[in-house]
Design a protein around this ligand. Structure first.
Ligand SMILES: [Ca+2]
Ligand SMILES: [Ca+2]
Length: 227
């Protein structure tokens, strides 16, 4: 009876306003040659989905769509692959303007992107976006985020974000690597890594240092203002 009562309470539709902000100070990446570089976020994606969908599996190889988003900063292939897929309610860009390429619309320190998301009360939310000055490092939530938890799941979701290495391209020094998106001659340039998706907690497998997620990013869900 309790389960039926709970089931009856899940709303058919929940709407939240999601805001991703780049909190990094300007020039916060200090490279080994003393040059400074901004933390930039590539255009990301936000997906509302059921419990059968995930953007990636830690410890497994990245999909080609994730590889494209994590290496080159374009989520378009990922958006195309998920649009209309089983278990997916909606897919949208998560960035500060309607551009899908890193070159056109890297989110700089102080900028933010907003997106309204809607789905049934038992839906989940996943986001992913590239850490711009890297070969294949990206931000994403480790576990799908519930849209509703006995109430719209409004609040600060930042602690759910982590940095991940897609395992597809060998890492170079953040801010200097010639095969990283801001400097590579063409999409996909870089040494193939052939690895799996692993969490990056401060230092990657090659010894390069990355900022703490909460020091540079903020992801907040707000309930829309009522009329
Ligand atoms: Ca890598
Ligand atoms: Ca590359």
């Amino acid at each position: 009876m309790v389960a039926l009562w709970l089931l009856g309470c899940v709303p058919d539709e929940v709407t939240l306003n999601l805001k991703l902000a780049n909190l990094a100070p300007e020039g916060s990446i200090i490279a080994s040659d003393s040059s400074t570089h901004d933390v930039k976020f590539a255009p990301g994606l936000v997906v509302v989905h059921d419990d059968t969908v995930s953007l990636f599996t830690p410890g497994a190889a990245a999909s080609p769509e994730l590889e494209s988003a994590a290496e080159d900063g374009s989520p378009q292939a990922f958006i195309d692959a998920l649009t209309g897929a089983d278990g997916v309610y909606s897919v949208a860009l998560l960035t500060h303007e309607d551009e899908v390429t890193y070159e056109a619309a890297a989110m700089l320190p102080g900028q933010d992107g907003r997106r309204q998301i809607t789905g049934p009360g038992d839906a989940f939310v996943s986001v992913a976006f590239m850490f711009g000055e890297s070969n294949d490092v990206f931000f994403a939530n480790a576990e799908p985020l519930p849209l509703w938890q006995k109430g719209a799941n409004a609040g600060d979701w930042t602690s759910s974000l982590a940095l991940w290495d897609a395992g597809t391209e060998r890492n170079q020094e953040p801010g200097l690597g010639p095969d990283q998106a801001p400097r590579q001659a063409a999409a996909g340039d870089g040494e193939v890594e052939g690895g799996v998706i692993t969490a990056v907690e401060g230092v990657d497998a090659n010894g390069y240092v990355y900022p703490g997620v909460a020091d540079v990013a903020s992801l907040v869900a707000e309930a829309p203002a009522t009329e």
